[in-house]
Write a protein that binds this ligand. Structure first.
Ligand SMILES: NC(=O)c1ccc[n+]([C@@H]2O[C@H](COP(=O)([O-])OP(=O)(O)OC[C@H]3O[C@@H](n4cnc5c(N)ncnc54)[C@H](OP(=O)(O)O)[C@@H]3O)[C@@H](O)[C@H]2O)c1
Length: 314
């Protein structure tokens, strides 16, 4: 009997990494020995991961040696990094900012170094066969400088470039561009949830920068991310896939939401707030970018759900 492969998941206690682990436990129990990385193995989230039968190990993206140790004997890895915590941290503790730094540039610096550490640790892992990096397209690059504030996306593509450039990872790398989480309306209601109007009709309104007519990739992370990662491990390396559970315009999304909740709702394209700065400016530009260029920015090398369906690749 062949030995099981060893899959190490970064962000094991988080939305993406946790979804990959739960999918594999449920649907492919015999493919991998599963190992999940956390900074805090004693947390309840870590214990929940452990209860799935996953080996939980302590490591930190800020600590290269810990990543190398966590990857010992790994054949596969799913990796992502979290931009948001650093942005919010710097907003809460502005004293961490250096001269001329903003929360966005501060977060970019930290995440970029974490990306370097992950790539270096993987390159040093002799047993490694395949890695899937959860990436995003750079608005600054694909809009040719029109949208320069979505630094969280820019950083993900800059790290992707490190993966592609690393000689020791040649032929081992694929990527997934995860679309908009369906849970955003619940977890970030101020940004993506319909609000009850103050006007007499009292219907709900969703106001976003999108025109409302452009299809966006929406993702049920828990249901689908694991199957995309598994498919990317099985297909040839070198693929970047846009992960979408369903392509929906925001108007279509809203009607589904309203039907499900038994309420009336209307969509309104929000006006650009020229005075917005920082994270609010970044969120505005995120929608403007996706409306104009698509989530993958028009990168011709990226595979979209429609391409996969047409070719019946998986
Ligand atoms: N919201 C969306 O629609 C959307 C769509 C596409 C992409 N994204 C991107 O998804 C990313 C966040 O992923 P997520 O939603 O899975 O995050 P999440 O649910 O907030 O979880 C973050 C995970 O990262 C781990 N982590 C954080 N800092 C770490 C460090 N220094 N070393 C090791 N592990 C660390 C945490 O583990 P411990 O705390 O246990 O250590 C946790 O498992 C963001 O960068 C965002 O841009 C979001």
């Amino acid at each position: 009997m062949s030995e099981k492969k060893v899959l190490v998941v970064l962000g094991a206690t988080g939305t993406q990494g946790g979804a990959v682990l739960r999918y594999l436990v449920r649907h492919e129990p015999n493919t991998f020995t599963l190992r999940g990385i956390t900074r805090n193995p004693a947390s309840q989230a870590s214990r929940d991961v452990q209860a799935l039968g996953v080996d939980v190990v302590k490591a930190d993206n800020d600590n290269l040696a810990s990543l190398k140790a966590a990857l010992s004997g790994a054949t596969h890895m799913f990796a992502n990094t979290d931009s948001n915590q650093h942005i919010f941290y710097a907003m809460k503790y502005p004293e961490v900012l250096g001269p001329g730094e903003t929360p966005l540039t501060y977060a970019r610096g930290i995440e970029m170094q974490q990306g370097r550490n992950i790539v270096e640790a993987l390159a040093a892992t002799e047993s490694l066969e395949r890695v899937v990096w959860s990436t995003l397209a750079s608005p600054a690059k694909w809009s040719e400088g029109k949208y320069v504030n979505v630094t969280m996306f820019d950083t993900k593509e800059a790290i992707a470039d490190l993966f592609w450039a690393e000689e020791k990872l040649k032929g081992k790398v694929s990527m997934v561009i995860v679309g908009f989480y369906l849970t955003n309306a619940l977890k970030m209601p101020e940004l993506q949830a319909p609000k009850k109007c103050q006007q007499p009709d009292g219907v709900f309104e969703l106001a976003l920068l999108s025109s409302g007519d452009v299809p966006y990739p929406h993702v049920d992370v828990d249901a689908d991310l694991g199957s995309w990662v598994s498919a990317l491990f099985q297909a040839e390396a070198g693929i970047t896939l846009v992960g979408a559970s369903e392509m929906l315009t925001w108007k279509e999304w809203l009607q589904l939401w309203a039907g499900r909740n038994g309420v009336q709702a209307r969509y309104r394209q929000a006006l650009i707030d020229e005075s917005a700065t920082g994270i609010m400016k970044a969120v505005q530009e995120e929608f403007q970018f996706v409306d104009e260029y698509g989530l993958a920015g028009g990168n011709p090398k990226v595979i979209h759900p429609a391409d996969v369906a047409a070719e019946q690749r998986y």
